[in-house]
Design a binder for this molecule. Structure first.
Ligand code: ARG
Length: 567
């Protein structure tokens, strides 16, 4: 149950009844001694209608209909409302057999556009971010009952493929070793720059490819297949849910591009400029103050990235019937998406009710604050990165718990290594750049994967020590001790946090929540003995521990991170 939303709705009704409508601004309280939640909206609502906020606060409490949720609501300060949740409600949520999550009453069809590497090259860290963040968003939307349609819009078309085909010819057309895609691409681009004959051959290959030449097509396809299978292996290693069925490549829209441009023309949106066909929209101004064009067809007839995205929007509206489309790419593409979304709206490709949302993220930087590269300045290989993560995690696990069997150490290191890389990325506000730092992501202190995985494993060890089966626990548990209550209030917030992440595409809110929950559990564990307490206390506290473990593993699972029983 989304307590925050329920409280907001009730308080907003009360505000209306008092003749002072406005948002309730409910949030989890920061000082538990004053309440579990607080509402800050009364002040602004009072100001808007010119009444005393303290007086309005008292009236709102009088008009409020929330006995089922709150046992006490008190006005404080200049007009805050402090809300104490009903203990029975918390007790019901602490039943370890109760469902943790509720599905949306209004499920949507949500396209999640993520990962999307360019197949000419090896996947780089920017695509790693998109893959990790997009995967978490997709899992969370699904858990809330939405129909998620994953779309891996891989870049498999364009001039760089001419270069690769020319390079393939130069290699005698032999099936080349593509273990090193990056090197193959680099060699081709050097030759493209330095050898006019090679550049000429590359351009001829692009023409051959576009005109459907069978040999060029077949080689291109070989190239795509190899490249995609590399991606697929990486997805599996990362435990990301993408499969080949989710691939909807740029080239899949090729035969819709001419039609898309014709539709824009039919709407009177096209202007010719230097031979190129463009859409000018008043909201996009260029440097000279004039309107900056969105080019949809070049003077040589070629189409662009934006044209493909327009055709893609038509597909997502007309065929996939999406209510929402979320695009996870780095923030350098912000203008591209603003323009494409505006053109799609102007052309009517986007139904009014469909929402197109760019979810940009910052760059991944090295410790020096510069783009993340190898010591030699090369592109980081994602597999090598994950190898290093697992090796570092293994050393850490051995150090932390030498009594684990070697198989257990390896299992824990796997979860920890990949988990740490993913979590470090997910835990930052995606909008900011993020500094990749091994020591930080593998620390057992702070908002890290090790901290959370360890918190989970510690609860499991508690059950082992007590020779208890956590799945045998059932029934309500009434929190009475202050530390129990603080933990119970944190536990009831999972739903509201997930709904927020689903709305904003910001998994760091879930990370923050899980970290806070684990910290509250630690505090509770320090203050409330479990196995040595009186029997009724023990049972109640075990339920709190079990709900915490369930919430941690559910939350981590939704971030794409698996838990381990021992660490
Ligand atoms: N392949 C693109 C890139 O690497 C990202 C594609 C994102 N999705 C989209 N529909 N444009 O920059």
């Amino acid at each position: 149950m989304n307590v925050k939303q329920l409280l907001s709705a009730r308080i907003e009704t009360a505000l209306e009844r008092c003749g002072a409508p406005g948002p309730a601004l409910v949030k989890a309280a920061s000082r538990p001694e004053f309440g579990d939640y607080q509402a800050d909206g009364v002040m602004a609502a009072a100001k808007a209608v010119g009444v005393n906020p303290r007086t309005l606060a008292a009236q709102v409490i009088d008009q409020l209909d929330a006995e089922d949720l709150a046992e006490r609501v008190a006005a404080a300060g200049p007009g805050f409302l402090n809300i104490h949740l009903r203990t029975e409600m918390l007790a019901a949520h602490l039943d370890p057999t109760a469902a943790l999550l509720e599905k949306s009453a209004a499920p949507q069809r949500v396209v999640v556009d993520y990962s999307c590497p360019n197949l000419a090259k090896e996947m780089h860290v920017g695509h790693l971010r998109s893959t990790i963040i997009g995967d978490a968003a997709a899992r969370i939307l699904e858990a809330l009952g939405h129909r998620v349609i994953r779309q891996n819009h891989v870049g498999d078309w364009g001039t760089q493929f001419g270069m690769l085909l020319a390079q393939l010819d130069a290699a005698g057309g032999e099936l080349w070793d593509l273990n090193d895609l990056e090197e193959f691409y680099r060699a081709a681009s050097v030759r493209f720059r330095e050898e006019p004959a090679f550049a000429e051959a590359s351009r001829a290959k692009v023409v051959a490819l576009q005109s459907g030449d069978a040999a060029a097509r077949a080689n291109w396809q070989r190239f795509i297949d190899i490249s995609l299978s590399h991606c697929q292996k990486l997805y599996e290693r990362l435990d990301v849910g993408l499969t080949e069925a989710d691939v909807m490549a740029e080239s899949a829209y090729n035969d819709k591009l001419a039609e898309t441009v014709a539709l824009l023309e039919g709407k009177g949106l096209l202007t010719e400029s230097d031979g190129a066909r463009c859409v000018f929209l008043p909201e996009f101004t260029g440097k000279d103050g004039g309107s900056a064009p969105v080019i949809v067809q070049k003077s040589d007839g070629g189409y662009l990235y934006a044209t493909t995205d327009l055709a893609t929007i038509r597909h997502r509206a007309d065929v996939l019937r999406a209510d929402r489309v979320l695009y996870f790419t780095d923030s350098r593409q912000t203008l591209h998406f603003q323009q494409v979304f505006a053109v799609a709206a102007a052309a009517g490709f986007k139904p009014a009710a469909m929402s197109l949302e760019h979810m940009p993220f910052g760059a991944m930087l090295g410790k020096d604050g510069r783009p993340f590269k190898t010591r030699q300045g090369g592109v980081i290989k994602l597999n090598a990165l994950l190898d290093e993560a697992e090796a570092r995690a293994l050393a850490l696990v051995r150090d932390k718990n030498p009594s684990l069997s070697s198989a257990e150490q390896i299992a824990a290191a796997r979860a920890l290594g990949v988990g740490a890389v993913k979590y470090a990325d997910l835990a930052k506000n995606r909008a900011s750049d993020y500094i990749f730092n091994w020591d930080q992501m593998l620390a057992f202190e702070g908002n890290t994967a090790p901290y959370l995985l360890y918190a989970y494993a510690r609860i499991q060890s508690l059950f082992r020590r007590g020779r208890l089966d956590p799945t045998a626990l059932s029934g309500q548990a009434e929190p009475t001790h202050p530390a129990e209550r603080i933990l119970a209030v944190a536990l009831v917030r999972l739903q509201e946090v997930l709904e927020q992440v689903a709305a904003d595409g910001c998994p760091h809110l879930l990370c923050m929540y899980l970290h806070d929950l684990a910290a509250k559990f630690t505090k509770f564990y320090e203050e409330c003995p479990i196995l040595t307490a009186a029997e009724v206390e023990t049972e109640k506290r075990l339920k709190l521990a079990q709900q915490t473990a369930r919430t941690l593993s559910t939350g981590l699972g939704l971030l794409g991170i698996g838990v381990v029983q021992r660490m």
